[in-house]
Design a protein around this ligand. Sequence first.
Ligand SMILES: NC(=O)c1ccc[n+]([C@@H]2O[C@H](COP(=O)([O-])OP(=O)(O)OC[C@H]3O[C@@H](n4cnc5c(N)ncnc54)[C@H](OP(=O)(O)O)[C@@H]3O)[C@@H](O)[C@H]2O)c1
Length: 245
Amino acid sequence: MGQHFGLIGYPLGHSFSQGYFQKKFEKLGLVDNTYSTFELSSLNEFPRLIQSKKLAGLNVTIPYKQDIISYLDSLDVSAEKVGAVNVIKFSNDRLIGYNTDYPAFKKSLREFIGQIECRALVLGTGGASKAVIASLEDLSIEFHQVSRIATANAFSYEQIMLKPEMLEEYKLIINTTPLGMSPNLNTFPSLPYENLTSSHFLFDLVYNPEITMFLKKGKQAGSQVKNGLEMLHLQADLAWDIWNA
Ligand SMILES: NC(=O)c1ccc[n+]([C@@H]2O[C@H](COP(=O)([O-])OP(=O)(O)OC[C@H]3O[C@@H](n4cnc5c(N)ncnc54)[C@H](OP(=O)(O)O)[C@@H]3O)[C@@H](O)[C@H]2O)c1
């Protein structure tokens, strides 16, 4: 008998997860498994969805990664640490929330920078930045956030532009904003890119296009660059492991 999975979010355009899991089911010969997208205009529709479908697992995307928590029975430590859920496992009528963006980013970052010691700038303060920060804490990498408006915990882009030599102290720069993501190909975080060197590492969580303007400018300065594609695949594989554990 097949198992049923899906993705909730709003709006849901093209879904990476649906294609990814459908291919996985084919490869594993799980022909009765299904993966559907459920575009919910409000989470009020969630209880009816899970009553009407016999689901084994769900992925959760924007804008519900935080608000879904109040509908769940318990949280795994990964979701507790990040404060957001991107995977739900249905187990004996209990709903358990996990966060696989966090371990996926951690692994992808480790493979990128190896064991080098550095300090990091995290661009953006949204949901994705929380998974990044949890990873940096685990890896004992000191960081500072960057936001459009300066706060006690975040530099503004303007402050960095006024003091470009600051980039010498931060050899790892992680973009967690949607800048540069298709179709907004010509947008990028405002940074003094001319101060980047070959000892800088630029990680962009955006994976479409493969090389964003942020990464292109890093490459032009001779910096090492990596996009979010490996992280995307890792978070999906980790979800599959959770659903099958
Ligand atoms: N590779 C993966 O597996 C993976 C996983 C998760 C997310 N992502 C990607 O990560 C990106 C961010 O996701 P998210 O859920 O955190 O998104 P989000 O909450 O919509 O935005 C993240 C932050 O980006 C900053 N921001 C938004 N618009 C901006 C603009 N026009 N200029 C400058 N800063 C802006 C904001 O921070 P401030 O208000 O502080 O400036 C915002 O809180 C998306 O592109 C998403 O696709 C990738």
